[in-house]
Design a protein around this ligand. Structure first.
Ligand code: ME8
Ligand code: MG
Length: 682
């Protein structure tokens, strides 16, 4: 029997959709992406989950402020997260939305389980609540500030369902004691233990004063507390609570999660509440909860409610995804707070990427091109091999070990430092061995020497690229292709070592991997941010001094036209920007089932697998396509269209077809090549 690959399940927090994403969200997501990519390169059966947190009072209020229904509002903002992740090269395997039917069912199953096991009771309660953090304050005095954000809390009085958190203090302390690695880093673990030791009060887990949430089973006047709802996503995403045996198997296989990655402000929810719910439910614990620090901008936490945010899109447009990804890993000491600035970003980009990796690649590749007709030369083991080569190959071996060790210990910045030390050593080696001077001599020994120098440089470049790939996937893939190597993501990191470079292979087309950035890049990015700030800002929740939460900044999202209704009609133009186009998420999917819709002769109801999920699509193509001819066929769907009902059936997307002839006959878009489900059209 072949050995099953080890599974690895990693999650990001699911982000609130009360406003659009910023680089704080990108930070967590990119860290998880690099870990997931690396786990795949280690041969592990990896599941990387991200998603959006769409229920609760905060979202309900934000939607109202934007003049939209909560569902429409959350559809739009959730779509923006997905679009950004695609542009950032995020390889999530599943995107969960808390408004999805599977999630709702799973949360209700969890509620029922906790109740059956005797951990839920109904009681009456007066307390202080912070809507911005969706958190109950420990202090019940009216006017008390929120312990997280400092805003004045609201007084809430309700009959609620309660979770017996007070009963969980001892079991939790035992859990922390027995699993010292559960909470990382140590400082957070100590804080959590101190918090639990100070005593736990029962937790209100339902609300009746608003309705945007998941109803309590058999008592729909109550909606389930948004944090119980949200935390369950990690389990519902892999099938928890589903009656389908396939989902149950998936849950058995992937649960518990190996890593929950979070920001430090939500430690209490993940390290106290979530383990308490799981203990009470009798379910396995996640293996590790990892809390990182905050990205600061202008010295305070970058956050949508403060408005001091930087958008990832700006950096993407000017420097590309890898520039931001590299910066976040290299410049921020993981676990601690770190500052973002455009100056530091551009400086890192130039020194480490453009002049560092990019320069080593173009130097090495262009010399192989020039002196060896574009074929990676064979190194000489004898006369041409000197202590300089031995030193590089030795350092490369040590760097592989050291980099792996540091990466596994979440010391990303130091891991990259070690890798770039190898890069500098190779640069120095090239300067000292002067291949361009060796190339001027025609004798056989010089030729062997030149081959050895360029082989050594190319081999080091291969190793550096493979190790850095999870962090800067786009540029390292390009370098691999230019080295004449195939799919970099398939490199086996378990066996990566010096001397595996293919010799005699032809290089791919050589091109620069990093655009150079000068001062104007900084100015451009700052200007773009200014413009974005002045243009439509999505609503944010602010709390007034009186304690009542009100929504501010009511301008619509950019996906809605921002012009005032009284404005003169703008000249008609069909031009849109690339950004506009990228808002439309076109994805490839396979039709799983297709059937006619009763009493609607034009409509077909289909289920389409788009890689990350299966969508129900209703389309008016029944006159041109018999349902059975569609099953198994690849189609293109608009994946981020707000769902709508056709003849009472929800259509979760639109199928793309050409329309021709007088009747507007449809012809489904398709491909000549084999394209996997989920592939994006752009
Ligand atoms: O808390 N620096 O969602 P959220 C670093 N829905 N990371 C940051 C950051 C910053 N300035 N700003 C945001 C929620 N983050 C809940 C989570 S999970 C079951 C529910 C990242 O939209 C960081 O990971 O407020 C933080 O924990 C998360 O975004 C909070 O996102
Ligand atoms: Mg937050």
């Amino acid at each position: 029997m072949t050995k099953q690959p080890e599974k690895f399940y990693i999650t990001t927090p699911i982000y609130y959709v009360n406003a659009r994403p910023h680089i704080g969200h990108t930070y967590t997501t990119v860290v998880c992406d690099a870990i997931a990519r690396r786990q795949r390169m280690l041969g592990h059966d990896t599941l990387f989950l991200t998603g959006t947190d769409e229920h609760g009072q905060k979202i309900e209020r934000s939607a109202a402020a934007a003049g939209k229904s909560p569902q429409q509002f959350t559809d739009e903002v959730s779509g923006e997260f997905r679009t950004l992740w695609d542009r950032m090269g995020i390889t999530y395997d599943k995107f969960i939305r808390t408004t999805s039917p599977e999630h709702k069912r799973g949360v209700q199953a969890m509620f029922t389980l906790l109740k059956e096991r005797g951990y839920i009771y109904k009681g009456s309660w007066v307390g202080q609540y912070c809507v911005s953090d969706e958190l109950y304050a420990d202090d019940n005095t009216p006017g008390t500030p929120c312990p997280v954000c400092g805003r004045i809390t609201e007084t809430v009085e309700e009959e609620n369902y309660f979770f017996k958190l007070s009963a969980m203090a001892e079991p939790l302390l035992k859990l922390y004691e027995e699993n010292p690695g559960l909470i990382y880093p140590e400082t957070r673990r100590n804080e959590v233990i101190a918090f639990v030791k100070s005593g736990l009060r029962d937790l209100s887990i339902s609300r009746t004063t608003f309705s945007w949430g998941i109803p309590v089973p058999d008592d729909p006047a109550h909606v389930i507390y948004v944090w119980l709802d949200a935390l369950c996503n990690y389990a519902t995403a892999v099938g928890f609570g589903s009656p389908d045996p396939k989902d149950q198997q998936r849950y058995e296989h992937y649960w518990p999660a190996d890593v929950h990655m979070i920001g430090k402000e939500i430690v209490r929810f993940h390290c106290v509440y979530w383990p308490a719910f799981l203990l009470a439910a009798g379910l396995p614990m996640p293996r590790q909860i990892v809390a990182h620090g905050w990205l600061l901008f202008e010295e305070s936490k970058m956050s949508k409610s403060r408005g001091n945010i930087v958008r990832s899109e700006t950096i993407l447009e000017v420097l590309g995804a890898d520039a931001l990804r590299y910066f976040l890993f290299r410049e921020i000491v993981f676990g601690q707070d770190g500052s973002f600035s455009f100056d530091a970003l551009v400086q890192r980009f130039n020194s480490d990427l453009a002049n560092g990796l990019g320069n080593l690649a173009s130097r090495t590749l262009s010399m192989i091109q020039r002196y060896f007709g574009g074929e990676v030369p064979y190194p000489s083991a004898t006369i041409a091999h000197t202590p300089a080569e031995a030193a590089i190959s030795k350092l490369a071996g040590e760097t592989i070990t050291e980099y792996n060790r540091l990466f596994e210990a979440y010391q990303f910045s130091r891991a990259l430092e070690a890798l770039w030390a190898l890069l500098s050593a190779v640069d120095k080696y090239i300067v000292e061995t002067q291949p361009w001077a060796v190339a001027e001599k025609d004798d056989r020994d010089s030729r062997s020497r030149l081959a050895t120098i360029l082989y050594t440089s190319a081999e080091a470049l291969r190793i550096i690229s493979a190790l850095a790939h999870p962090i800067i996937p786009d540029s390292t893939s390009k370098i691999f292709t230019q080295l004449g190597l195939s799919d970099i993501a398939k490199t086996d990191l378990n066996t990566l070592r010096w001397g595996q470079m293919n010799v005699g292979t032809r290089l791919g087309k050589i091109e620069g991997v990093f655009p150079r950035a000068d001062k104007s890049a900084i100015e451009r990015m700052q200007q773009m941010e200014e413009e974005r700030k002045n243009a439509a800002e999505p609503p944010a929740i602010a709390t007034t001094a009186a304690g009542a939460a009100t929504a501010v900044a009511t301008a619509p999202l950019p996906s809605a036209p921002a012009a005032a209704p009284t404005a003169a009609p703008a000249p008609v133009t069909n031009q849109i920007t690339i950004d506009d186009f990228l808002k439309v998420e076109l994805r490839v999917g396979t039709v799983l089932t297709a059937e006619k819709v009763e009493k609607a002769d034009k409509l077909l109801r289909m289920t389409v697998d788009i890689g990350t999920e299966v969508r129900q699509i209703v389309a008016g193509i029944a006159k041109s396509y018999a349902p059975e001819t569609l099953v198994g066929r690849k189609v293109v769907i608009v994946a981020n269209l707000a769902p709508r009902k056709l003849r009472g059936i929800e259509s979760q997307g639109m199928i793309v077809a050409a329309s021709f002839g007088e009747e507007g006959q449809p012809a489904l878009a398709s491909f000549l090549e084999e394209v996997p489900n989920g592939a994006r059209l752009k």
